[in-house]
Every structure is written in C-alpha cells, then in structure tokens.
Design a protein around this ligand. Sequence first.
Ligand code: SAH
Ligand code: SF4
Ligand code: F3S
Length: 458
Amino acid sequence: MKNNKFYHIYTYGCQMNIHESEKLAGFLEERGYIETKEPNLADVIVFNTCCIRKSAEEKIFGNIGAIKPIKKKNPNLVVAVCGCMAQQSQMAETIQNKFPFVDIIFGTHNVNKFGQYLDDFNCKHEKLKNIEEEIQIIEGTPVYRTSGYNAWVNIMYGCNNFCTYCIVPYVRGREISRKPQDIINEIENLLKTKKYKIITLLGQNVNSYGKDLEDNINFAKLMQKIVELPYEFKLKFMTSHPKDLTDEVIETIANNDKISKAIHLPVQSGSNRILKLMNRKYTVEHYKEIIKKIKDKIPNATITSDFIVGFPTETEEDFLATCELIKDVEYNSIFAFMYSKREGTPAAIMEGQISDEIKNQRVNTLLKLEKEISNQKNYELIGKIENCIVEKKLENDDEYLVKTDGGKTIIVKDDNLNLLEFVDVKITKISKNQLYGEIVNNGGTNEETITNDATISQ
Ligand code: SAH
Ligand code: SF4
Ligand code: F3S
C-alpha cells in the first residue's frame, strides 16, 4: 500500500495556461498531494486544456482517451478537465459524453475554486461541472511554482479585442485588471525569497492594463512601481497588442535597466487588407512606425512576433506582403501559425477559406525566410555585449551556460560565477549554432546589449 497521494497535470496552452497549472498544483500540494510525471501512478489527473487551434484540441482528446484504462484499473482515480476548451459549454458537454469517466469539469473562470471542487468530490463522489461566464478575481490562492527562477504574475485577465480568428475573448471573458497593490505585494513576496530573478507579467494585452480601474494607473506606471522594488531582477511581460503600445510604455522600457528589452509584438499579417479582416485595428504603416520608435529608443531591443498564414481570402500578394514585413523588421524570432478555424468566431464563416496545402507551403516559406535572417543576425552578434543571467554550471568545470535577455544561451569560460547572478558577456564566436563568450564585468547592464534569437513553431 502506498501512503502518498500523487497528482499529474497535463498543460497545453500559453504562459497564462502554464501559470494556471501552477495554481491548480498549489491546491493539490496544499492538500498533501505530490507531483508525479507518471499518470499511471496518479490519484488525481488534471487536463488544463487550450483551444487556440484545432491541433491542440485533437491532442487533448487523444490524451484524455488514453486515461480510460488507467481509470478502469484504479476506480479511485479522480479525473478533472478544465481550461479554455472546457470553458465552451458545448465542448464541456462533448467531453462529458465522449469521456464519461471524467469526474470534474470546470472553465477558466473557476480555476481558483479547484480546491473546493476536489474536496467536494472526495467527500460526496458526485460528478461536478461548473462553467461561469465572468471571472471574479480571488487573491491569495496557493501557487506551486515550476518555472525555475522565473515567476509568472497575472496582471489582468480576459480580452476585449475580438480579433476575428481568435477564440480567446469567448473563453476568457472581458478584460479585468488586478489592483496594483495586490500585484506589487505578490511580486515583493516572490523577490524577498531570493529564488526568483525574472518576473513575467501576464495578460492577453498588457498594454491595456488599468483601463478598468479608477486609480491613476496604466501599464507604464505599473512597471515603474514594480522596478522601484529594491531587489535585483528583470521584469518581463507578455503580450503586447500593437494598437495599445504607447510612447509612455516605450520610454519606460528604455529608461529602466530592470525592464527586459524583449518585446513580443504580434503583427499577424503584413497585408492591410488582411489586418482589417482580422479586426487588428492598425495598419502595416502604423506598425512599422511603432517598430521604428522601439528601435530608436531601445537599440538593444529583441523584437519578436506571431504570424498567421492562410487567413480566409489571403492571396499570394497578401502573403508576399507578410514576407516583406519580416524582411523589413528583421525580427529576432517569429512564431508562424497556420490559420485554424475556430467555431463561433467571425472568420470561421468567412468565404474564401484557404486549403491546408497552401497554408503548409506558406508556413514553410516563412520558416525558411526566418532562418536566413536569424543566421545573419547571429553572425552580427559577434563582438556585442549582452547582459545575461548565469543559469547552469556545465560538466566542463570552468564552463557556464548563461542566458540573454532575449532567451539565447551562451557558453562562457570562467572559474568563479554564482548561479542566478547577472553578468555582462561579450560574444566571441559562434560554432554549430552555439554562441560562446567571455565575461566583461559582473553585474549591471550595458548600453550596447543586443540580443538575437530565432525559433519558429507551427
Ligand atoms: N493575446 C495575445 C496572444 C493570443 S494567442 C495576442 O494578441 O498576441 C497567440 C497567438 O496564436 C496569436 O498571436 C495568433 O498568432 C495565434 N492564433 C490565435 N488564434 C489563432 C487561430 N485561430 N489560428 C491560428 N493561430 C491563431
Ligand atoms: Fe486573441 Fe486578439 Fe485578444 Fe490576442 S488580442 S487574445 S489575438 S482576440
Ligand atoms: Fe491560452 Fe490556449 Fe486559452 S493559448 S488563453 S490556453 S485558448
């Protein structure tokens, strides 16, 4: 007989979804459960779902189905499904019908009630389904953090933008901001422990933070208050919507060493016609102006973006405009996604849906283009100085792995570095896509810092 109780959480989505898994784990840890990587050994299995693209949903269905034999062997196993997919009431019903062995179903707005659901189920053994329309912010719930020296912190929930391809506003509700003091208290408590060196603020559109609050607060002012905390750390944030990125935010980033210069500014398309159909509320010209401002004010910025290819009616000409924009901006890295039809969104019923074959071709073209630019940018890095965090001592005794602000790893030789300290590193060479460098000084930041990173995912 085993004495310990184990849990396993499947996580599928964005950083917000990952952080919600940390909150779910918080409730489980609080009740004495221990994490296991082996679903076979678990007493509680949670599927924290995502529905941003069809591919995510298909994977989730496969994974839930695979639990059936485990549940058969261990009828005491508790299976819960939550997150964005479960938030759609029709989908919640489908999950119930397709997988009758699922015990608890709840949506994104009920994450903070998971502890209560689990207790109720363990007490009464009655199946439970709860999906609420609006989120209520509950402060002070437990979090079991799993992201190393990075700590995720929600500053707001929901999205008001209704980009026509996107399911998020339907499964996350309207924007609601946390109170600045609650955010600052959480961050101060994290920093006090000295375990966290990066704080990443989360919101679907962090630039509209505070619009629903009465206090004289906005995203720039919030960042300013946070960096005044007397600890050594870097402040990151995601995601920024170009339409709301103000000059004040750019200035605040430029003027504070503690604020990361990694700016993820998803543009989605380089064609004005497609941007309009997507309801993105900016033009390519406006976007380029913002990029120019960022590059002028923050010369060491790492700029990244998301792209959707094969949005309904996207022509070869529209797609070429996207390629032109990528060449023009010279992103440090991009994420390219094939448009995925999401039921209930306006784009799903637009005429002119594009075939999978064309979407595939276009995503591969972006991949190639990105590789060319990123290779070039990697070489341009040689001789530049980067402010990095020391992540790991390598097996070769005097080698360390350090990470740049933009997420790139560099191998440096040194006989005496402390893990998790910030150091300035001069990049000396690149070999087989790996960067090498040397320490130029310990601590502080350097004005010349430049980062490049190149990844692409489908
Ligand atoms: N709030 C953020 C992130 C949204 S989801 C933002 O606005 O940028 C992350 C990315 O998924 C989006 O930037 C978009 O590129 C992609 N995405 C969203 N819906 C999609 C869909 N239906 N098909 C393909 N990609 C999609
Ligand atoms: Fe989706 Fe647009 Fe909101 Fe981002 S801003 S979550 S893409 S609706
Ligand atoms: Fe995130 Fe997926 Fe929901 S990307 S907001 S978990 S639909």
